[in-house]
Design a protein around this ligand. Structure first.
Ligand code: PLP
Length: 440
């Protein structure tokens, strides 16, 4: 028996807070009933009512190859037949760590965890353990998961819900995080000039993608490297979203143009990965030099652990995904993103909707409003000042036409290797009506 999305949502709200297990899924900022998905294949998802949509969420990033790639599913099935979880080391974990290091050689050592949140939380603890300092610098609008220290002025769901941070984070914890505006090295210099000897780390999204897409200004990441090094703080490069999605070596590889560590234009101390690295299963990772990473237990005094860390079935999905993610996959996703983002821009232009489409490699998002169109969006303040209401109309028109967009204007649009001409044509056909809806 098919269920309507509405009935599913009503039932869900009785059993689960807000009916969802991650806030943005609730359609809070766009309104209406979230689509409860029953299955996903390639570029398409199908809801409980049996309706199919072209998907531009891609599980919020992991589905680089498209949903349920047959070789990934086969790897998962094969791994599952050998056991679901051992609580002991496996060779698959070693292979995944080696594959990450092959792509980002600065990650001499890699620790596997289950979520991006764990990866960034552990990176912060490790930075504090290594430096013996307390403070952390982050950027307004950057999202690094829901660890207490990193929720201040965060993007993603925190932005969607218009929260300054989260209740339940102690004042003491919040007081150990310094938030500065993105893209402005002088603000970073000022924070370090004031607090330098107490700062353990600066954490940044490699390219911000959780306040919409904000392309890092030229030389910005290299500038962060310079400043952190001058002050003896670690640079944590959060590639949970960008890693292995915008290119084989993530944003770092794209921007430095090199996957060979020592010659790279900048060299973060720690990287965090998630999403694509698990191919749709719960795997995330942090990596860095042996000198830093070997402070983790059992070698060092910084504790970190996990019953399901490096889970063999999840690792099989990640490994299969990375092995399939070759140059052809990235070329396809890049071309699809270029084509679609141009089509979105053209449709909005034709409908007279002021906007700007911003890119970070094959990730893009749309900001609405005159100011965004005129000056671009460079900070969280710019992103929040946009005409977000226009996205609501745009989103629902696309949904009515069978296109599943992220249900928040602050999220990136995700494409996959499975988005072929047929899928892109379906999206393109839906754009003019959605653009007119955004105009009114
Ligand atoms: N870091 C970044 C840049 C992210 O985009 C996210 C999630 O969207 C996270 C960390 C947290 O990852 P997870 O949701 O797996 O905990």
């Amino acid at each position: 028996m098919t269920l309507s999305n509405h009935d599913a949502f009503v039932r869900a709200q009785d059993a689960i807070p807000g009916g969802v297990n991650s806030p943005v899924r609730a359609y809070g900022s766009v309104g209406g009933d979230p689509r409860f998905l029953a299955s996903a294949r390639g570029a398409y998802v199908t809801d409980v009512a049996g309706r199919e949509y072209v998907d531009l969420v891609c599980s919020w990033g992991p589905a680089l190859l498209g949903h349920a790639h047959p070789e990934v599913v086969a790897a998962v099935q094969e791994a599952a037949t050998r056991g679901l979880s051992f609580g002991a080391p496996t060779v698959g974990e070693v292979e995944l760590a080696e594959e990450i290091r092959r792509r980002v050689p600065l990650t001499e050592r890699v620790r596997l965890v289950s979520t991006g949140t764990e990866a960034t939380m552990t990176a912060i603890r490790l930075a504090r353990g290594v430096t013996g300092r307390d403070l952390v610098v982050k950027f307004a609008g950057c999202y690094h998961g829901h660890g207490d220290a990193l929720l201040a002025d965060a993007g993603s769901g925190v932005a969607t819900l218009a929260l300054p941070g989260s209740a339940g984070v102690t004042a003491a914890t919040a007081g150990e995080t310094i938030v500065v505006p993105y893209g402005d090295l002088s603000s970073v210099e000022a924070a370090f000039a004031q607090h330098g000897p107490r700062i353990a780390a600066l954490i940044t999204e490699a390219a911000p993608a959780n306040m919409g897409i904000v392309t890092p200004p030229d030389g910005f990441n290299a500038g962060l490297r310079r400043i952190t090094r001058e002050h003896g703080a670690l640079l944590i490069f959060d590639e949970v979203l960008t890693g292995f999605r915008v290119g084989p070596s993530g944003w770092w590889g794209l921007e430095t143009g090199s996957a060979s560590g020592p010659d790279a234009a900048y060299d973060p101390d720690l990287f965090t990965f998630g999403k694509v690295v698990g191919g749709g299963m719960p795997v995330a990772a942090l990596g860095g030099s042996a000198a830093v990473m070997d402070h983790l237990a059992p070698l060092g005094p910084v504790y970190q652990a996990g019953t399901l860390s490096g889970n063999p079935v999840a690792v099989a999905a990640g490994l299969a995904t990375l092995r399939l993610a070759d140059a052809g996959v990235y070329a396809h996703v890049d071309a699809a993103a270029a084509r679609l983002s141009a089509a979105v821009g053209a449709a909005l232009d034709d409908a007279g909707v002021p906007h700007v489409v911003q890119h970070a490699g094959n990730l893009f998002s749309v900001f609405f409003g005159e100011a965004a169109a005129r000056h671009g969006v460079r900070t969280y303040a710019d992103a929040k000042a946009q005409d977000a209401f226009r996205y609501t109309a745009f989103f629902h028109s696309m949904l009515d036409s069978g296109v599943n967009l992220p249900p928040s204007v602050f999220e990136a649009w995700f494409l996959s290797a499975a988005h072929d001409d047929a899928a892109l044509e379906r999206i393109e056909a839906a754009l003019p009506r959605a653009a007119r809806a955004a105009a009114s």
